[in-house]
Design a protein around this ligand. Structure first.
Ligand code: PLP
Length: 434
């Protein structure tokens, strides 16, 4: 190439996918991998019900399903979403307040890339990697964050949020992920109202990632952005990857609130829309499917069945992990992740787990050098020693050492066995070199 045209790297990588390469190497050496790294229910063996497949079969038999959709999305689908939102009685929208994207990941990328380079969004720490990577790519500086506190059930530190918002004038918006990935935390209405009040006080807009909004259990209640936003400008991010679940559809959307109340917010949304126009539209077939699937009488039952399963696994994981020395864990009440945190100074770069296969041992020792994050080192040893593939917590931009597992295993007994193995390996690893 004529000159080095690649944009400068920011040093951040997507560990959820990176670890797949390492696991792949182990698989070549005959290790059976238990994939606990990615939030894809289908990859973990969840079944799509027949009635849903029948709806899609009907759609693919209609030639009109193969066309481009309008830039913001199919009219009928947006009308359906408007009605669902407005029925809640909170902030009201029209179909012009909805924009469809090719997966919520695409909507996230656009949300940050349409911002002025010196405008920042403050985000939870730890945070879901796609938000973090998109924000850092946009600004070329480390992110601003507010801590989710593992010693307080993962509740956000609102004092830190307000302090940072007050002193960092480049912050124009607050990101909330509810229910949260990777912590599984579900916000109560009061906490959400306090965040809205901070946004109002400092003239900020809100981005609420609500992709897990229908996956809440253990009797926990929350509110949606529409319920608490009042007249503050904001974006709710939603999608079907986790809910149907249909991650391969690449279909997510934005609900936009109070565009008419803030000209600057409106200009920002126009910038997003202009990018979208250049791309023509988003995938049509999943959009057509949304109202048909969501209004089907089986849908509620389908969601309830899934929630019951996650609730069961959440309780199994919590009850087994809560008594493990050296770590702390909180009960997950929404989404399908559990994050385990090692107590401070428990980990070092000498601890190991036994690995029988010599070439795997050699391979692993080649990748866990002294610069390796301590939790990543644990995760790699766990993988090589047991085949269980989890994600280090530090890859979600936090200094907390730990790891994230999913609640997606369809086989309850297998899940229990995996968690029991992890609990044993935590102690074995920590005590291998104190
Ligand atoms: N937002 C959150 C909080 C997620 O956990 C995920 C996927 O894991 C996404 C967005 C991305 O969803 P999509 O598959 O629609 O790109």
């Amino acid at each position: 190439m004529r000159f080095d045209a690649a944009r400068a790297e920011n040093g951040l990588t997507y560990e959820i996918r990176n670890i797949v390469a390492v696991a792949g190497k182990l698989k070549e050496n005959g290790i059976e991998i238990v994939w606990e790294n990615i939030g894809d229910p289908i990859a973990k063996g969840e079944k799509i019900p027949e009635w849903m497949k029948d709806i899609l079969t009907g759609i693919v038999h209609n030639d009109a399903s193969y066309m481009y959709s309008p830039t913001q999305g199919m009219d009928e689908t947006r009308e359906f979403i408007v009605e669902e939102n407005n029925r809640r009685g909170g902030a009201q929208i029209t179909k012009d307040d909805i924009i469809f994207f090719n997966g919520l990941g695409d909507a996230i990328a656009r949300s940050y890339s349409a911002l002025r380079v010196d405008a920042r969004i403050i985000m939870p720490e730890p945070t879901y990697s796609t938000h973090l990577l998109a924000e850092v790519l946009h600004a070329s500086f480390p992110p601003n964050s507010y801590r989710m506190n593992p010693y307080n059930n993962w509740a956000p530190d609102l004092k830190e949020l307000e302090r940072k918002v007050k002193s960092h004038h480049s912050i124009v918006g607050i990101l909330v992920i509810n229910p949260d990935n990777p912590t599984g935390y579900v916000y109560d209405e009061d906490t959400l109202k306090k965040i809205v009040a901070i946004a109002k006080k400092y003239d900020l807009f809100l981005i609420f990632d609500e992709i897990y909004r229908k996956l809440i259990y253990n009797g926990k209640k929350t509110a949606m952005l529409a319920d608490v936003i009042g007249n503050v400008p904001g974006i709710s991010l939603q999608g079907i990857s986790k809910e149907f679940p249909w991650p391969g559809a690449r279909c997510g959307w934005m609900d936009l609130f109070n565009m008419d109340k803030d000209k600057r917010f409106k200009r920002y949304i126009d910038a997003i829309l202009n990018q979208k126009m250049a791309e023509v539209c988003s995938t049509t077939i999943p959009q057509i499917a949304i109202p048909r699937i969501m209004s089907n009488p089986e849908y509620e039952k389908h969601l309830n069945k899934r929630k019951n399963h996650y609730e069961k696994l959440s309780n199994i994981a919590y009850n087994l992990l809560k008594n493990v020395p050296y770590t702390i864990v909180n009960k997950t009440n929404g989404a399908f992740y559990v994050s385990v945190v090692f107590n401070e100074s428990v980990l070092n770069n000498r601890q190991t787990l036994p690995i029988k296969n010599k070439s795997i041992k050699q391979f692993l020792e080649g990748i866990v050098d002294d610069n390796c994050e301590h939790d990543k080192r644990f995760v790699y040893y766990l993988l090589a020693s047991t085949g269980i593939c989890v994600i280090p917590l530090t890859s979600f931009f936090t200094s907390l050492q730990g790891f994230r597992i999913t609640l997606l295993e369809p086989d309850v007994e297998k899940f229990e066995h995996v968690i029991k193995t992890i609990t044993a390996k935590i102690t074995e690893y920590v005590e291998s070199y104190k």
